[in-house]
Write a protein that binds this ligand. Structure first.
Ligand SMILES: C[S@@+](CC[C@H](N)C(=O)[O-])C[C@H]1O[C@@H](n2cnc3c(N)ncnc32)[C@H](O)[C@@H]1O
Length: 193
């Protein structure tokens, strides 16, 4: 019988009724805000447009099935999450083996990291790999990419050069003088079945 209702699926009872394309999506956007990745399932503590699950990510379990996603985006969000270890474990749980998790977060030396009073963490280059090691163990993940990004202004050049020679020396001795912008980290989930 024809209907004007949007087509919804009912196979996963934990999910609200949203269009099939979203229901079947293998992508998850954690802390998506009002800018959810197109075709990804959106998870946020507030019901912005595009959010599919309103949930505090510090609370486990997330309302999502095990081994479901192939890709997670977490963009400008992890610095807001008080319990990052719960978040890393839940990301690992909802991912398939081999899934990629992409983080973008302010570097601790940037104004953006400290200017927003809702940020509860300030990250160094090693922070997200260390977080996964602590949360899921060395066999549960692999670092695919881990980089500091600069804004590209002329004053960044000296800091960038030292960073390229030695990330540790840059962070320990120069980051406050020549601040960076963001950290981009990609983690691959490893699961043995
Ligand atoms: C700076 S916004 C980033 C939004 C989006 N990812 C982007 O790049 O435009 C941070 C988002 O994290 C969400 N957030 C903060 N704490 C959260 C929590 N405990 N659980 C779920 N979402 C949270 C906020 O509601 C907000 O939408």
């Amino acid at each position: 019988m024809p209907t004007s209702e949007p087509m919804t699926a009912s196979i996963d009872k934990s999910l609200p009724s949203y269009p099939v394309a979203k229901l079947e999506s293998l992508k998850l956007d954690v802390g998506c805000g009002g800018h959810c990745l197109p075709d990804a399932v959106g998870l946020d503590m507030f019901a912005f447009p595009g959010v599919d699950h309103v949930h505090d990510v510090n609370q486990a379990p997330w309302p999502l099935a095990n081994n479901r996603f192939e890709f997670i985006r977490c963009q400008h969000a992890i610095e807001h999450f008080a319990n990052c270890h719960v978040v890393a474990r839940e990301m690992h749980r909802v991912c398939k083996n081999g899934a990629l998790i992409e983080f973008i977060t302010p570097h601790y030396s940037s104004y953006a990291s400290w200017g927003d009073p809702t940020h509860v963490h300030h990250f160094a280059l090693a922070s997200i790999p260390i977080l996964f090691e602590q949360a899921v163990g060395a066999s549960g993940y692999e670092v695919v990419a881990n980089e500091i990004k600069f804004t590209g202004s002329v004053t960044d050049v000296f800091g960038w050069l030292v960073y390229k020679l030695s990330p540790k020396k840059y962070e320990k001795h120069l980051a406050w003088m020549f601040p960076a912008n963001e950290i981009h980290t990609t983690i691959r989930v490893r699961k043995s079945h």
